[in-house]
Design a protein around this ligand. Structure first.
Ligand SMILES: [Zn+2]
Length: 335
């Protein structure tokens, strides 16, 4: 998994509005290529290991010269565990100005659509509560050596039981020390089903949640079927997380979903994007939409450089977000 700032081309920024560079905090391929739009989504069962292996194998060449985007890499936990700590530290120390080896990614459960995410109660349409890949003490034991040496921890957790297990693991790892957790900034990837009490616990612990603006669009029809009317409001409840002051990050989950940042931004604000080639009949529920100013804040980072747009997203009617075009970019390396 990687975080990257998008920088497609370097067109003259004249007549354009400059905003902070777009960032994508959860993508599986650091260098996007044109191709099929990742809409098939075979059960979201993509494998991190392969991407991380390829990325780590190419680290030397990635670090050789300027990239179209700066990249933060999260190693697949299984691969990181098979590497000698000294080798990981050596690689981390020598990544060049455009690449950072930042963290290690773990998995706590599966995915919503194939009903493999770990739920506290059975799915509404299946006699199953999904699959918890590992309990909290196992997860904490695996996280500890990496946390102790300053790797940022990110754990995939979609169902409420998985999120609970990850929060328990984070409490075990950092000894319930809020100060230590605030410094380590551990992440939950997706955090898709978050009932009230879990949202409050996440806010109180200071754990970051990395959300995917396209998920509630793609899953719009699946959520009520899988969770039932009672639990559907707990799916992708980002407006509530924002109200609670939860630390949010935004990422595409490319190539499972589209990587285009303006499409993600429109979906995050309007619940949909009608941009040609990306239009989708489905619309995200109201709880999964955020005010445009906050959405732009989550999708950009001043430190990543600048993106030049045909119009500023905060200055136009939200219905016009789909009309904005990228005019150019000016990526910045890590300082
Ligand atoms: Zn992912």
């Amino acid at each position: 998994m990687a975080n990257l700032s998008i920088a497609p081309t370097a067109i003259s920024p004249r007549t354009a509005v400059a905003i902070s560079g777009f960032v994508d905090h959860h993508t599986h391929k650091p260098v996007p290529r044109p191709g099929p739009r990742g809409r098939g989504r075979p059960g979201r069962g993509h494998r991190d290991g392969h991407a991380a292996l390829v990325v780590s194998g190419r680290l030397a060449s990635l670090g050789d010269g300027p990239l179209p985007a700066r990249v933060r890499i999260y190693l697949a936990s299984g691969l990181a565990e098979r590497s000698a700590p000294a080798e990981l530290d050596a690689r981390r120390a020598d990544c060049g100005p455009w690449v950072r080896l930042e963290g290690v990614k773990f998995y706590a459960d599966g995915w919503l659509v194939p009903r493999t995410c770990a739920m506290c109660r059975n799915f509404d349409d299946e006699d199953s509560a999904g699959i918890l890949f590992q309990d909290s003490s196992t997860l904490a034991r695996r996280i500890e050596p990496f946390a102790a040496t300053g790797w940022r921890i990110a754990t995939h957790a979609i169902g409420d039981r998985a999120v609970e297990a990850v929060l328990d693991a984070y409490d075990l790892t950092w000894g319930r020390d809020r100060q230590a957790i605030a410094v380590a900034r551990p992440r939950i990837e997706h955090g898709s089903v978050l009932p009230e009490e879990l949202a409050s616990r996440i806010a109180a612990m200071g754990v970051a949640v990395c959300i995917q603006p396209s998920f509630p669009v793609t899953d719009a029809a699946q959520v009520p079927v899988a969770l039932g009317a009672g639990r559907a409001p707990a799916a992708y409840p980002w407006a509530r997380l924002a109200d609670r002051g939860v630390r949010l990050l935004a990422g595409s989950d490319f190539p499972i979903e589209v990587i285009e940042p303006l499409v993600g931004l429109a979906r995050l604000v309007n619940g949909r994007s009608d941009r040609p080639a990306f239009a989708d009949a489905r619309t995200a529920a109201a709880q999964s939409r955020l005010p445009v100013r906050l959405a732009v804040e989550l999708c950009t980072d001043q430190a990543a450089g600048q993106t030049f747009l045909s119009a500023g997203p905060v200055g136009v009617p939200t219905a016009d977000l789909d009309l904005i075009e990228v005019r150019g970019t000016e990526p910045a390396p890590f300082s």
